[in-house]
Ligand binder design. Sequence first.
Ligand code: SF4
Length: 455
Amino acid sequence: MNPVTTSIFELFKVGPGPSSSHTIGPMLASVEFMAQAAELPSQTLDRAAGLRVTLLGSLAATGRGHGTVRAVLAGLMGNRPQSCPPDILDSLSGFESGTVLLAGRTLPLREADIVFDMLARAERHPNTMIFRLLDVDGAALFEREAYSVGGGFIEWRDQPPAQRPAPAYPYDSMLGFREVLAATGLTLPEVMIANEAALTGQTPKQIEARIEDVMRAMEDAVERGLETEGVLPGPLGLNRKAKALFERYRQDPQMHDRPILALCACAFAASEENAAGHTIVTAPTSGGSGVLAAVLYVTKNLRPTAGVFRKALRDGMLAAALVGMLAKHNASVSGAEVGCQGEVGVASAMSAAFLAQVYGHEAKLVENAAETALEHHLGLTCDPVQGYVQIPCIERNAMGAVKAYAAYQIAAAVVSSYHMVGLDQAIKAMAETGRDMCAKYKETAQGGLATTVRC
Ligand code: SF4
């Protein structure tokens, strides 16, 4: 068995939008490359005269709209995604030239040093980055190749992932996870906490505190978005809508469909913050970050049945994390690999699981809710207009949140054993569908709405 060894906090990453694979991953790879280069012998470092970062595949196709340039620049300058203030990224939007420090040496850096290579093939992964440290003649002194594999995760060529401690309760599928529950008598949250503690060395209290931080960051993104009006950055001229949706929600307390309007307003809010490049939480990615944030916010703050306890919310986050980890482990959460089914589709499945867990249902029903939400996103393409994470992404997050709510309602209304499709089967279908999906529908802005919409 190849067990799941993802940490909860690798899945839920606080960082800048608008795209985990095109923003958070490249920033992380850039700062790690600089750290690797700083370890070179001083004779090599003394010959360093510049840097070049070449982006291939989906990063080349949609990197400009996804904010990859400023993310790479920020990373080369030493910023990490989880601590990079949004105003640093905003200040880099018009960057033309400057300098970076490498082991005490000052190197020039120009916007043109970030090269979008649309012609070269990304042989190993659709999100490939090649980092080079150059001498005065432009020859490479040091070269590394990295892959942004979705959700802000990166891998380096020829570098096997670091060995991780074994989880307390190994599993590699939802079926395996339910077997763990049956064999141990533990609950879903208890197994998730025990595994996180074994993998990371944190205590349960520390893990709980970090989950609270993640929820606070999600709520902050929703609240900022609900209060902000205006036009989002980029050439589309897209107006923010979250505030207007929320005002409509507030004005009519008698409206029958208020929960749906609340979910839409909150999903728009977090997604608009993501599109603006502000701080969000990947769940499982930045592009899908509005879905769980909205479901959490509405469950905690806007439902008429107030009184959901914080522990129930934390447990819901653990159920959501389980679904995201399984999708990442057995398929992908990268739009460049499997289309939007892996981003908003998985986000919706995570959110349905969150609801089922928050309201105290057994693990089988949590699985059923997640499966229903994912099943009805299968085949969903990624076709961002002009490569910006705005159309269809922002509305799609709202649809993902509403579908999560519907999926939970369907699962909760019927006997669990009536449900015919397992989560593992839906994830396998997503992987196969993604593999067969034409490349132009996988975060390249070369198909679908990206070609039919002219703004
Ligand atoms: S269409 Fe979906 S996968 Fe593609 S950029 Fe938008 S949110 Fe991400």
